[in-house]
Structures are given as C-alpha cells and as structure tokens.
Design a protein around this ligand. Sequence first.
Ligand code: GLN
Length: 206
Amino acid sequence: MTAAVPTIGVLALQGDVREHARALEGAGARTVRVRRPEELERVDALVVPGGESTTMWRLARTFELLEPLRKRIEAGMPAYGSCAGMIMLADRIRDGADGQETIGGIDMTVRRNAFGRQVDSFEAEVPLEGVGDTPFHAVFIRAPWVESVGAGVSVLGRAESGPNIGRIVAVRQGRLMATAFHPELTGDHRVHHYFADLVRRAMEEE
Ligand code: GLN
C-alpha cells in the first residue's frame, strides 16, 4: 500500500506562504494556496503562516473566510500555525489589536508580541517533544508566547534560556499544533514532516 499524498493548504492572505509550501512539499505533501472558501474545501489540512495576525484577521474577514475556517477546524481538519499562525489558532489572545478575532481551535491563551517587548527577534535552541532527537534552531520574530493552556493541550516545547525561560513556545492539541517560532525559515523541516505525518494518520482515520 502506498501512503496517501495529503493536500495541505497554506492560508495565503499574508505572510511567509512560499516558505511553508516549500517545507511541506519537502515533507511529501501537495500544497494549495487558500484565499477563498472554495479552495479551503479542497484541502486535507491547513497551515497558517507567520506574518502579521492583525492583517490576516482583517483579510480573513474581508474574504469571508473566518467562519469557513472555524467550521473546518471544528469538524476535525488538522492545522498548524507558526508565530502569527499560532495567534490565529488560539482560542484567547492578549495584547491583540482592538476587536482582533482569531480562528481559534487550540484551548490556550497567547500573548501577542510577548518576546518583542524586550527584543524584536532572536534565535534559540528549543527541544521539541516527539519531534526529532536534537533541538530546533528556532527563529523568533516579534513572537508570541503561550501564557496558559487547557487540560487537552500538550506542551511540546519551552524557551530554555534567557529571561523568558520556561515560556511555552510549541503546543499540540489533537490534530492542531502551533509554534511561536518559524521552522519554515531555517531549512529544518522536521516540524513539517511531523505535521504531514499527523495529516496522513488523520486521513486514514476518516
Ligand atoms: N507579531 C506578529 C503578530 O502579531 C507575529 C510575528 C510573526 O509572525 N513573525 O501577528
């Protein structure tokens, strides 16, 4: 039996869409840019890229994508968000713009630009539970952190050094995952492989 090739959408309203698409293709997935509800219907899973969550939220409203995105996630579509994408997948946010909404799905509170108050961007080694044997070289750019998670959320990684030691930077809740950093920017595609495997397993379960 040959493993199914998943079609993974990348939300293409704004942000580093191309880098995610390349990483996903490296992980054996087909990719589709998602800007309209019809495109969302054709994908097995979705990646929400890094970028600017306030812009993504406004464009998702304009393109009438917020409700379709919420419905697919509620119906069990796997999704992975990096940085701004982590904010978009959070049920609750702090330090958002006035009225800022998210897609939601992960039972967590995420603080926007949390590290950015002290330092705009930095790199750190972050070990991720179950995703490879060696730590990730993680790139944080005006990154959020996760302030708290509900009982159903597994913490995959935390900041291991510096003033913010212990802050949660990677999580998984069933078929949903999020990282505060950008694995799409470093050429280390283990997170995308992990997500593509999760998507294949979800497809087998359907
Ligand atoms: N600070 C951005 C936001 O609020 C996220 C930054 C990023 O994705 N690199 O959306």
